[in-house]
Design a binder for this molecule. Structure first.
Ligand SMILES: Cc1cc2nc3c(=O)[nH]c(=O)nc-3n(C[C@H](O)[C@H](O)[C@H](O)COP(=O)(O)OP(=O)(O)OC[C@H]3O[C@@H](n4cnc5c(N)ncnc54)[C@H](O)[C@@H]3O)c2cc1C
Ligand code: SF4
Length: 556
């Protein structure tokens, strides 16, 4: 976003990207509308494509050239995508605004910190992002789930209607999703969604949003952008006054180090990677790392909570086949609906739903052994079929399109002791010191996961579904996903008014270095029960406008 706004304002921008260029409209990159048998692994995942062979994300939790470490037996799994547009090539396109309460949590429950800005300051930028990129949804008037400038949402599919019917019985709201996918044309550069349900593969008509196709591509047309691919930034360089002078990077192709000069440096390498670059940018004037006089760089790292459950709806077994494709994501979701004063945990979660008859790929659905006992033969006995061949095909046909899944995605309370720092002994393939993570969930997040599981169980019951697998209990922290697994990590360079407890001011400008800015999720003070990307985009635009004005005024 920063590249687009800054370059279109007439500024020269050098965009430095660790991965390669990638364009789903190019035949060599296209995986959309490919059949499983076109993949040597039938679409099964690989280390650098953990969501399957056809998935757009090239990267993953473990990348051989770019390791990271963990401290004191704690866990944090770090997902990266190395390609222009980063993880937005794959992401779920769930595009939620944070609400007024989300910026002021400490004032509400006394935990964590308030943001130095409120919803009113970000709202004009959410509106601009909605108009520029396009997001569908419905006006609901929910206080902390602000409505946007929505395109029409797609209709719920059959499994979603089953979920809605069940949810009504337990007063659980289910409303149309808010996804950045075009259900109507918004400009000449992008086509409209034709409902192939494969957004995670990237869309060849650019019907869904990714930074690469919808921001970098148009920005390149300005003629103001030089794109440096396969270039891994090591550090921000500074002068004797402590101001940023550019970056140094390793070109992955010749493994040599180069320098780029700039009047202003804007980091958008993702929350943890931007923290890593700052911590690796030590100098005489910034001995603790750049922007780190407070010691806060890397601190307050937090991810969303996550827990899931799935079930099989017997009424949908052996169902009629027809094309029920839709967008590449859920058509409905549940926003947070309860009052924490009546609960034993802080903050809330929303629920994302899955199911229906999408294109099967390797390992789709639930383990056959678990599902088979629910497939009854003509005598009402569990299916004796299975293994392989005809029996397996029969069973798959019986349950295809009858499973539903639900995933809670919730807000954790940021902790000073959850952080990333530089590992003093390990470097990556490019000789750059790597991150070491220290992260533990608190009792609050565990209780939230328990509540998710109770809600899922009740919903499955109300839908008339058979829960698959056993309900996760205390021994597994109620199925609470390991930190990092929900891929919503934020907070490592948080903003604030006090330079001793925050890294950036409310314009995402470093307290310690006035020509240094961060435009990823690092500036987040708290995560909210929403996915973070719409807020990253809105803040990046806001920061870019600030940079333009400061440059015009010759303040930077
Ligand atoms: C499976 C999945 C589903 C998701 N679903 C959603 C969703 O539905 N809604 C939502 O809001 N969010 C979702 N997210 C999260 C979303 O993708 C991220 O919030 C978003 O991409 C973060 O943007 P970013 O620009 O900060 O980081 P990234 O997207 O990670 O981009 C960072 C870029 O910087 C480059 N880079 C990193 N380090 C360096 C370096 N040292 N030198 C040069 N370049 C570097 C990277 O290669 C990359 O291109 C999902 C993520 C995943 C993986
Ligand atoms: S579902 Fe729509 S937006 Fe997504 S990839 Fe298919 S056509 Fe494109």
């Amino acid at each position: 976003m920063a590249t687009k706004i800054l370059s279109e304002a007439g500024l020269s921008v050098a965009l430095v990207e660790a991965g390669g260029d990638w364009d789903p409209a190019k035949e060599e990159d296209r995986t959309q509308l490919r059949f499983p048998w076109e993949s040597p692994r039938r679409g099964a995942s690989t280390q650098i494509r953990p969501f399957g062979d056809f998935d757009a994300a090239i990267g993953g939790w473990e990348m051989p050239d770019e390791p990271y470490t963990r401290k004191n037996g704690t866990q944090f799994d770090w997902f990266r995508s190395r390609m222009v547009g980063g993880r937005t090539n794959h992401w779920g396109r769930i595009s939620l605004r944070f609400g007024p309460d989300d910026f002021k949590r400490k004032s509400i429950d006394g935990l964590g910190d308030d943001w130095p800005i409120g919803y009113e300051e970000v709202k004009p930028y959410y509106d601009k992002v909605d108009k520029l990129i396009g997001v569908f949804g419905s006006k609901e008037g929910i206080h902390n789930e602000p409505d946007g400038l929505f395109l029409p949402p797609p209709k719920p599919r059959l499994h979603e209607m089953f979920l809605m019917k069940g949810a009504k019985k337990m007063e659980l709201p289910i409303i149309p999703s808010r996804l950045s996918i075009l259900t109507k044309p918004i400009n000449k550069d992008r086509g409209v969604c034709f409902f192939c349900r494969q957004c995670n593969r990237g869309c060849q008509v650019y019907g869904d949003f990714s930074s690469s196709t919808c921001l970098v591509k148009p920005a390149m047309k300005s003629g103001q952008v030089d794109l440096f691919t396969h270039c891994m930034v090591r550090k921000v360089t500074t002068n004797d006054q402590g101001l940023a002078t550019g970056v140094s990077y390793v070109d992955k192709r010749d493994m040599k180090e180069y320098k780029l000069k700039g009047r202003t440096v804007v980091l958008g390498a993702s929350a943890c990677e931007s923290a890593r670059i700052l911590l690796n940018s030590k100098s005489k004037t910034h001995p603790n790392g750049l922007g780190n006089s407070s010691g806060m760089v890397g601190r307050y790292l937090h991810d969303s909570t996550g827990a899931s459950r799935s079930g099989i709806i017997p009424d949908l077994m052996g169902r009629q086949r027809y094309n029920e494709d839709g967008v590449g994501g859920m058509h409905v979701y549940t926003p947070w609906w309860l009052d924490n004063k009546k609960l034993d945990f802080a903050r809330g979660y929303h629920i994302e739903y899955g199911g229906g008859m999408n294109m099967p790929s390797y390992g789709f659905g639930f383990s056959m052994d678990v599902v088979r006992k629910h497939i009854l033969d003509q005598f009402g006995k569990p299916s004796p079929n299975g293994g392989y061949g005809e029996g397996l095909k029969k069973d798959i046909r019986a349950y295809y399109g009858s499973t539903v899944s639900m995933s809670g995605r919730g807000e954790s309370v940021p902790q000073y002791d959850n952080y990333c720092e530089i590992d003093p002994t390990v470097v990556d393939k490019f000789g750059i010191p790597v991150l070491r993570f220290h992260y533990k969930w608190t009792e609050n997040e565990v209780k939230q996961a328990k509540h998710m599981q109770d809600t899922f169980e009740e919903l499955l019951h109300q839908v008339g579904a058979i829960p698959l697998g056993t309900k996760p209990g205390a021994d597994t922290q109620y199925g609470l996903a390991a930190p990092g697994r929900i891929i919503h990590e934020v907070g490592t360079t948080r903003m604030g008014n006090d330079p001793t407890t925050s890294v950036l001011n409310s314009n995402c400008q470093a307290h310690d270095c006035k020509n240094l800015f961060v435009v990823d999720a690092g500036p987040f003070v708290s995560q909210a029960d929403k996915n973070p990307t719409w807020t990253i985009l809105a803040l990046a635009w806001r920061t870019s406008d600030f940079i333009i004005n400061e440059m015009k005024s010759k303040n930077i």
